[in-house]
Design a protein. Structure first.
Length: 319
């Protein structure tokens, strides 16, 4: 099974894990490389990080992938300092020096998207796609960018390129299912996720997505509940799965069960999903707990404005 562990890749790019060096520069230059590539570990400010990046690059002690990594790191710093022209120049230099670093640029761009910095993400992805037109990770991330913009047809085109480049990558296939649903082909979406569940029956992510997709669409609810239960046997108390099962319980009008699952999802998630608050609010409202329901609706709307219009609809798949 092929997939991308996005969190780990983003951690590598943003927080840093210095790659093996082709040579052994002096200790002070190694420290500069490490500070440039791992600022959080070394507790550096943006100005301090820029200084050590400059030192490492100017030393000419690094080349190939190591040099490209330094330029990519400095791209991040210059973005943080709002110096777009210098940042883009470093991004292009990184990609020209080592085109394979396009994968890392894509992962950083995904991190920017998660922080709602869509312009920075698009800059990174466009440059990465130009440097490596056949890179599946780049097209997968571009599809995510278009998806966030509501451009589902363009998202599907990029995701299809990712699937063509890596036909067995499960991340792109799951995103393909999402895009089928968002473009009105709910049957096609379910067929894709059912095929993934059949291929990987012990994969909690696919079981959960089958549950959430069916819960969102309001169809095959018994199947949805069975898949959520199976996912929780594999990953007990996972907040994402509890959130999905909470939605299924809402569909079944099992208000107390929905509240219990949403309570656990919120308790166990460091950054609870707005869907957990909104879903719990609906269950509380149906149970007559209007004060608690109002508080949960407010919390959900603060995290995701407009969720009251999207909750329980296919539009939630784009979140």
């Amino acid at each position: 099974m092929q997939s991308w562990t996005i969190g780990a890749v983003i951690g590598l790019c943003l927080l840093g894990a210095a790659p093996a060096l082709a040579q052994t520069p002096a200790a002070d230059l190694q420290a500069a490389f490490a500070g440039c590539d791992s600022p959080t570990k070394h507790r550096l400010t943006n100005d301090q990080r820029l200084g050590v990046c400059n030192t490492a690059i100017a030393s000419k002690a690094y080349q190939g992938k190591d040099l490209a990594t330094l330029y990519l790191d400095r791209w991040i710093v210059l973005n943080a300092k709002h110096e777009p022209a210098a940042a883009e120049a470093d991004l292009e230099t990184a990609l020209a020096t080592w085109p394979d670093i396009a994968t890392d640029a894509a992962s950083i761009s995904v991190a920017y998207m998660q922080r709602k910095k869509y312009d920075l993400a698009k800059t990174g992805l466009d440059a990465a796609a130009k440097a490596q037109p056949g890179n599946a990770r780049v097209h997968y991330a571009l599809a995510q960018w278009h998806l966030h913009q509501g451009e589902y047809d363009l998202a599907a085109l990029d995701n299809d390129k990712a699937v063509s480049a890596e036909p067995n990558n499960t991340d792109t296939l799951q995103q393909q299912a999402t895009l089928h649903a968002l473009r009105g082909d709910t049957g096609g979406a379910i067929a894709i996720i059912d095929n993934l569940v059949a291929q990987y029956p012990a994969n909690a992510i696919f079981l959960n997505y089958s549950c959430y997709l069916r819960g969102t669409l309001g169809r095959d609810i018994d199947k949805a509940l069975a898949d959520c239960n199976a996912a929780l046997k594999i990953a007990p108390q996972n907040p994402d799965i509890l959130d999905s099962r909470g939605l299924v319980y809402l569909r079944l009008s099992r208000w107390a069960d929905a509240i219990a699952d949403y309570n656990e999802a919120i308790r166990r998630d460091d950054h609870p999903s707005p869907t957990s608050f909104y879903g719990r609010g609906l269950a509380e409202q149906q149970s007559g707990n209007r004060v608690s329901a109002t508080a949960d609706f407010s919390a959900a709307l603060a995290l995701s404005p407009g969720i009251d219009k999207k909750f329980g609809t296919v539009a939630m798949l784009a979140e």
